[in-house]
Design a protein around this ligand. Structure first.
Ligand code: FES
Length: 159
């Protein structure tokens, strides 16, 4: 059994709620920062599943809606710091898009506290660990997010 698996299975008493977090990250900064966190053996919550994309500008807000629909309790969106995007302005587009998207999320009943938007560079492995831990702790406090899934199931059943 790997060390990571052993830590995961020993960390929590059985039956305790462990949030499932989907992280949409850009390839050039945050993914590399997350990789650095791993190779540096920085300890963090094991609840995050990373989806790597070329740039935060490529992250369609529907990815987030779908993640919640398919069982995520929280979502992280993270990319290069402003001014550092490898495609010049992808993260500026993402920042503008998500400012509007947050309001839409509230409108459809998704608590904004379930979403973390951050900038993590390739050299910020420690920061990635902090973003993960803060998000997992916040979402753990909010509890399982089933209301949106239930709404989608009801809608699909009635269709
Ligand atoms: Fe990282 Fe655009 S390449 S945000």
């Amino acid at each position: 059994m790997s060390e990571a698996t052993a830590t995961t299975t020993e960390a929590k008493p059985s039956g305790a709620f462990e949030p499932r977090i989907a992280a949409f990250v850009c390839n050039w900064c945050t993914y590399t920062g997350a990789d650095l966190a791993g190779t540096s053996r920085i300890q963090m919550a094991p609840n995050v599943r990373v989806v790597r994309l070329p740039c935060t500008g490529r992250i369609d807000p529907m990815f987030i809606v779908k993640a919640f629909e398919r069982g995520a309790d929280g979502v992280i969106v993270s990319g290069c710091h402003p001014g550092d995007c490898h495609y010049s302005a992808g993260n500026y587009h993402a920042r503008r898009r998500f400012a509007i998207f947050r309001e839409i999320m509230s409108f459809v009943g998704i608590d904004q506290d379930r979403i973390t938007f951050s900038w993590v560079s390739a050299s910020e492995g420690r920061k990635w660990g902090d973003v993960v831990d803060e998000t997992v702790n916040r979402v753990r406090g909010l509890g399982p997010f089933t209301s949106y899934q239930n709404l989608v199931e009801k809608t699909n059943a009635g269709a």
